[in-house]
Design a protein around this ligand. Structure first.
Ligand code: SF4
Length: 327
């Protein structure tokens, strides 16, 4: 579909501006299909961080939410990072502020902090390690067993990590993403009963799915044979599996890529209501304006950035040296 303003072919105009401005367009899997289709690279938050770091473009247009643009800006301080809509936030990232984390650390001065990538740069600057849903267990296992850990801000991911690692010395912040409510134990059971031949795939990106990860660790109803796959893993699996039907637990945005790559197969979301409205705020028109007017530039003050890079780089280094890298 071609969106237009004042008779402009937006796809054509974006393509011209992308060359003129030496820009790369990075889009998260949860973006609307039109935005995914004009992006140079579509991935989860870890993939976008790598893509930003590896790109040589002068301008990075980040079609995702604010913390992703901040992460790109932290990793590429010499480049211009643009977020096409400043309202594209994240309810999970907003569930803890720097001040709240500083207070919590004050109560447990011996603890180290592991923060989910869905956090502000300020929260990252107060953390020791960063993680995504895919590598959270691996990151926690890299920390000495007797070291107390404060895990922020996703309570479901924290509970999942506690269960998987068997560690009792993890304190979990009670934050959550508003989208996860769309995927309940009941909705998983119902979707699986409706599609009894389908494989059950779980995409562990974002807080919208961490409650399902927790259920799989607990063996909740209908989740015992779930395959938890990264973006790349899910796309590869859907292509190579002999199965023709899949029930997918994730925000609905990833279905676009799966359906595009596998037109002969059927993908059923656990719930059509599992939509992150922050992720749907970016439109082709906003991407066009972003490139044309150089808005909205995302920068992080160097006093925060220098500290926030430490936990991010620890995670990226661990991921690079892992044989099971999700990259
Ligand atoms: S799905 Fe949830 S965790 Fe992910 S960006 Fe949206 S609000 Fe944040």
């Amino acid at each position: 579909m071609i969106e237009s303003i004042q008779g402009l072919d937006l796809v054509q105009e974006i393509n011209k501006l992308r060359v003129q401005k030496n820009a790369v367009i990075l889009a998260h899997n949860y973006q609307i299909p039109e935005v995914q289709d004009i992006a140079d690279f579509v991935a989860d938050s870890l993939g976008l961080a790598y893509a930003a770091e590896e790109s040589t473009a002068e301008t990075i247009v980040l079609c995702g939410v604010e913390f992703m643009a901040e992460t790109a800006s932290l990793l590429c301080p010499d480049r211009t990072v643009l977020l096409p809509d400043t309202q594209a936030g994240c309810s999970l990232a907003q569930s803890i502020t720097g001040e709240q984390l500083a207070d919590w650390k004050h109560q447990y001065p011996e603890a180290v902090v592991v923060c989910y990538v869905n956090t502000s740069a300020e929260v990252k600057s107060l953390s020791d390690y960063c993680c995504t849903s895919t590598n959270a267990v691996q990151v926690v296992e890299s920390i000495p067993k007797n070291q107390e850990i404060l895990f922020v801000p996703d309570m479901f991911l924290g509970a999942y990590v506690k269960k998987k690692t068997g560690r009792k010395n993890i304190r979990v912040w009670m934050g959550e993403c508003h989208v996860h409510a769309g995927i309940s134990e009941e909705s998983i059971s119902t979707a699986r009963k409706e599609h009894p031949k389908a494989e059950f795939l779980v995409h562990p990106e974002c807080g919208c799915i961490s409650s399902t990860m927790y259920l799989t660790a607990e063996n909740g109803k209908g989740t015992h044979d779930a395959r938890i796959l990264s973006t790349g893993g899910m796309i590869k699996h859907a292509k190579t599996s002999s199965n023709k039907e899949f029930v997918i637990a994730t925000e609905t945005g990833i279905l676009h890529r799966l359906e595009k790559d596998n037109p002969e197969k059927s993908f059923f979301p656990v719930s059509r209501a599992n939509v992150c409205h922050f992720m749907k705020m970016i439109t082709l028109e906003k991407v066009y304006r972003s490139l044309k007017e150089g808005v909205h530039r995302v920068t992080v003050d160097e006093s925060i950035a220098s500290k926030a890079r430490i936990p991010i780089n620890r995670m990226l280094d661990l991921q690079r040296t892992s044989p099971a890298s999700a990259k």
